[in-house]
Design a protein around this ligand. Structure first.
Ligand code: ADP
Ligand code: GN1
Ligand code: MG
Length: 360
């Protein structure tokens, strides 16, 4: 085919695709896998080069996704459909790396920025429902794809190690940002302590609940499918709540350079809380209820220190487009946390109202 990259064409040829491949182009803006849209004469597919640096156990990871998607499908939920390789596998080991294919979920939209409160409320409802459905899933079947994924004290130790090494001499360019994360150390064990003392139950969680990991129906606006199932593992409900808030309750993109545009929206916070809490209300423990107001701070600090640690380590984890990309991302996270801190009283009041069943 004209203009088809020969390597991509060879990889696509390993899978049971319907029709002849016409084009394969980069797609989406995930930070971990390399994603392509492959179009054949009959249909569209997502072709992904999996990040084996981040997820070394490819087999275990794909087994998790097979189990979870089968479970969701049995319950009538739309989910990722793995397209098998020609020899029946869930992924292909090629010279260039490990690859997988999913059916493209058609007629949907994935957002990088919340367009209005209703979309965010709907995503909250869907992530809440997702977690409620997975409450019946037997977590002992899952392998843990990344150890200590949302263990914030562990992430902080990694951050301090990257700082101590300061491989590229970048620490001198981001001292205020470094200080921000050092000063907040006493907050990092809030959820891990709760998991350890049992006041926060361990559940099966998605762990990467960014708005662009949910696909909304292009016509009705209803959530259709939750995607990016790589990090499903036991965790806290507060991780899924907080990570959505981190990304979606911002008025700007995660990598906005102009911090004057980056604000924490209490309107969006309320909308998401209404959606999420509405779906999980029956199982929320008192400690979880107390911590909804802080979960966004924690997940935003954690992600911010991960971005800054990666900047210090030389951009080895997250995909970056320019040298300061991770630093720019860390700065938006800090700005959001500062605003969450300034609005803490208002956020608490919203949570109290939503837990009581209030909605506007
Ligand atoms: P990453 O782990 O790098 O974030 P994702 O699995 O989230 O990779 O995929 C990146 C993007 O590709 C998503 O944000 C979404 O826009 C799009 N995408 C992924 N899978 C599908 C699918 N099955 N159908 C439609 N779009 C998809
Ligand atoms: C990564 O895969 P993606 O782009 O949806 C990361 C998340 C971060 C997020 C920050 C496996 O998510 O933990 O919160 O970037 N995923 C992994 O945008 O590390
Ligand atoms: Mg993603």
């Amino acid at each position: 085919m004209a203009n088809l990259d020969p390597e991509l064409a060879a990889v696509a040829d390993l899978f049971q695709l319907k029709g002849d491949v016409e084009s394969i182009e980069p797609y989406g803006d995930g930070h971990i896998n390399v994603t392509y849209l492959a179009i054949t004469t009959e249909r569209r597919y997502i072709l992904q080069k999996m990040n084996t640096n981040v997820f070394p156990d490819t087999k275990g990871l794909m087994r998790n996704i097979e189990l979870v998607t089968a479970f969701l499908r049995e319950r009538g939920q739309e989910t990722l459909d793995i397209v098998p390789t020609k020899d029946g596998g869930t992924y292909a080991a090629h010279d260039s790396g490990a690859w997988r294919v999913y059916d493209f979920i058609e007629n949907t939209t994935s957002y990088s920025l919340v367009p209005n409160a209703d979309v965010f409320r709907e995503s909250g409802r869907a992530f809440g429902e997702f977690q409620r459905t997975l409450a019946e899933f037997d977590a002992s079947q899952l392998t843990e794809p990344i150890a200590h994924f949302h263990d914030t004290p562990h992430r902080f130790a990694d951050f301090k190690a990257a700082l101590a090494e300061d491989k590229l001499g970048r620490a001198a360019t981001c001292q205020p940002e470094i200080d921000f994360f050092l000063k907040h150390e006493n907050q990092y064990a809030t959820v891990t302590d709760g998991l350890a003392d049992g006041s926060i139950p361990l559940r099966v969680t998605h762990n990467d609940t960014k708005l662009n990991n949910i696909l909304m129906d292009a016509e009705t606006g209803k959530a259709r499918a939750i995607i990016d199932l790589d990090t499903i593992m036991p965790g806290s409900m507060l991780y899924d709540f907080g990570d959505s808030i981190r990304f979606g309750a911002s008025t700007a993109l995660e990598d906005e350079k102009d911090l004057d545009k980056v604000h924490f929206s209490t309107e969006y916070f309320r909308a998401y809380a209404e959606g999420f809490v509405g779906a999980v209300r029956a199982s929320v423990t008192p400690r979880e209820g107390e911590l909804f107001a802080f979960a966004g701070n924690l997940m935003t600090m954690e992600c911010g220190m991960r971005f800054l640690a990666d900047y210090l380590a030389g951009d080895i984890y997250f995909a970056t487009k320019y040298a300061e990309h991770n630093l720019v991302r860390a700065r938006t996270q800090i700005k959001l946390v500062q605003e969450m801190e300034a609005k803490a009283g208002e956020i608490q009041a919203i949570v109290a109202d939503v837990l009581e069943g209030g909605a506007r």
